[in-house]
Write a protein that binds this ligand. Structure first.
Ligand SMILES: [Zn+2]
Length: 244
């Protein structure tokens, strides 16, 4: 093991992680799609937790309006590709971790290439089209993924595990009939993005450590009202084309 006894001293003592778990995390690859309000926070947490390899996928550049909520970026990053700027900050946190920035947008044509080889994928996108694509490709490749979305003061997150319905489509329905999804308005309270990304990172660690029943259902959080609810969700009763 790397000389990280001191770095992880407060983590390996957790019964949920332990020394074996820490060693396991160092062997894992996590792909984060989107380096915005969610992805920058989850990437920071997983880097600090000692996940060995992170692939960061984002096609956008840092804008002034991002600094209100997106961790890892500074005024000096304005105009830089987010994936590159985020990778630089994460390497400054831990130079032993492999960070792979990819300046690209997730598309049907590149999804399999971007996701293949991951132990886990995190949703840091801001649109449902990308989430249905993540659901389809991750299930096909047998990779668990963690959905997350925020809008205004509330957010949602749910782990989707191949072979363990429900999947994203079971819960949110047919992609051909898009609902008015979360992440479609312009307002986002910064703390909700950090809270939901933190819950997403917690689920990510459990999934990577294969900790029992990792699926917690759909978590709903309202940061303004101070509410956290677990919504029970079920596999589609008539069979879901994505996860059956
Ligand atoms: Zn399904």
């Amino acid at each position: 093991m790397r000389e990280n006894h001191e770095r992880y001293a407060r983590q390996v003592t957790l019964s949920q992680i332990g020394r074996a778990g820490q060693e396991r995390l160092a062997t894992c690859t996590v792909t984060i799609i989107g380096c915005g309000g969610l992805g920058t926070v989850s990437a920071g947490l997983l880097t600090r937790a000692g996940v060995g390899r992170l692939r960061l996928v984002d096609n956008d550049r840092v804008e002034l309006s991002n600094l209100q909520r997106q961790a890892l970026y500074y005024e000096s990053d304005l105009g830089r590709p987010k994936a590159v700027a985020a990778a630089e900050r994460l390497r400054a946190i831990d130079g032993d971790i492999t960070i792979e920035p990819v300046v690209a947008r997730l598309r049907r044509s590149n999804a399999e290439k971007l996701l293949r080889g991951s132990d886990l994928v995190l949703d840091g996108t801001d649109n449902d089209a990308a989430r249905y694509l993540l659901n389809e490709v991750c299930l096909r490749l047998g990779i668990p993924w963690v959905f997350a979305a925020v809008d205004e003061c509330y957010g949602l997150t749910m782990a989707i595990v191949p072979g363990l319905p429900p999947c994203f489509r079971c819960v949110f329905g047919d992609p051909l009939r898009p609902r008015r999804g979360v992440g479609t308005t312009k307002g986002i309270l910064a703390p909700i993005a950090h809270i939901v990304a933190s819950l997403q990172a917690s689920q990510a660690l459990r999934l990577l450590l294969k900790d029992g029943n990792c699926t917690q259902g759909l978590l709903y959080v309202d940061a303004w009202e101070g509410r956290l609810e677990r919504v029970e969700v079920k596999a589609h009763p008539e069979g879901c084309p994505s996860c059956r």
